[in-house]
Design a binder for this molecule. Sequence first.
Ligand code: BGC
Length: 506
Amino acid sequence: MDIQDERRRLLDAEGTDEYETVTGVRSEQDIYLDKVQNGKLYLAVFVSVLGPLSFGFVLGYSSPAIPDLITTNDDRVRLNDDQASWFGSIVTLGAAVGGLLGGWLVERIGRKLSLMFCSLPFVFGFAIITAAQNLWMLYVGRALTGLASGVTSLVVPVYISEIAHERVRGTMGSCVQLMVVTGICGAYVAGTYLGWRWLALCCSLPPTLLIVGMCFMPETPRYLLSQGKRREAEEALRFLRGPDAPVQWECARIEEACDHQGAGFKVSDLLEPCVYKPLAIGVLLMFFQQATGINAIMFYAENIFEDAHFDNRALGTVIVGLTQVFFTGIAALIMDRAGRKVLLCISGVAMTISAAVFGVFFHLTTGQHNNTSVRAMASGVEGSLGAGPEVDLAWLALASMGIFIAGFALGWGPIPWLVMSEIFPSNVKGFASAVCVLTNWGNAFIITKCFQDLLALLTNAGTFWLFSSMCAINVVFTIAFVPETKGKTLEQIQDNFRGTPAQFHS
Ligand code: BGC
């Protein structure tokens, strides 16, 4: 009996008696997925995305906390501009290191334990900030929460892609970014009511819930099978797919793919097209995500609102946060229907145009504010884009910023993380994802730190035109190189890179 017959027998054994529909032959996959119930899968995704929610809180924390720490009466923890800039950006350095640690952890202790582990530096980091008596405690707290964010940004997409099935994987995977932006927005909102110490305490709630909730969630079936634990893998699948699904069928399918992929990562694997091709795509997606300048533009947000005569800067940042949440939610809903490539292209075009218009805004208003506001904007601490005649054009800045942020949320925000979790063979997943996460956070650090120099070198307009050109390159790169992963199993995606015909269809 060949392998196809064996798998079909597993479906039949569970009472499947029809392969034909009115429209033609149904694939084994469809027959299997029709029997799946998703309730527990959604629960596991919900618990795991408390990780990205925590990491959103880390990213959002500095925006309300910095002005508070600059004006605090307690001179042991009062920040100057330079210290404030480190307080904001040290998180990205910690996260870059966290990416490396995460890549090692997911292979050593598995996906579930890595997720539980990353709650610890979140909670300790926020506890140290809450109790801070000097600047070093603030920096250490930020670096620890950054480290946890790096581990989370690697482990959660991997966990979700390995427990979800192809009908909902795009939507489930997009929940990672949805929770990141919800966390950012949550920190902005909570920051309007709470001082920096109470805010840090509040930020430690989601990671605490994560560690407790994960105790009740399963390890991923793929990881268990890669460890030769077939019985545990079937149990995990039974939990995730409900009582009616013939989980042995899915187990057989994953096992077969594991056999193809071999065990453990070896440097010689890098010569295989099914490794170097997805690795190059993953790294470039991460590089390009940061090259859009998203973090610099989010940094600008408060100044732009101020320029548009929004007296309440905090309200301005909350509006930015809500825009991100709204459009990331839309992306999550349509991801499995629209596909990754289309959304990346729409997102890239929207960002190319809006960043170019942003540049035009600066070009038209140059000379009136260039020298006075550059440093203030880059430090993100104080200052406005200027006052006077250019105020009339503030709507242009507001509109282009809104379109840029919405565009990012629709594609370039969630999709690099989603695609990273889909394209690597199991045996190189830890290593390859770590390289991607390192590229993303390393680049985020460089861009936020060099932003000030870029403004000085290229002028404000030139810097935004540079971001706009990067977004245009993103679109070309997407069309030429990014594979469409919508509706495919992880095994089919890897078969495509290997150049072998996709298996497991009908
Ligand atoms: C990016 C971060 C960014 C965040 C907020 C993430 O996908 O990797 O750099 O700050 O989205 O939009």
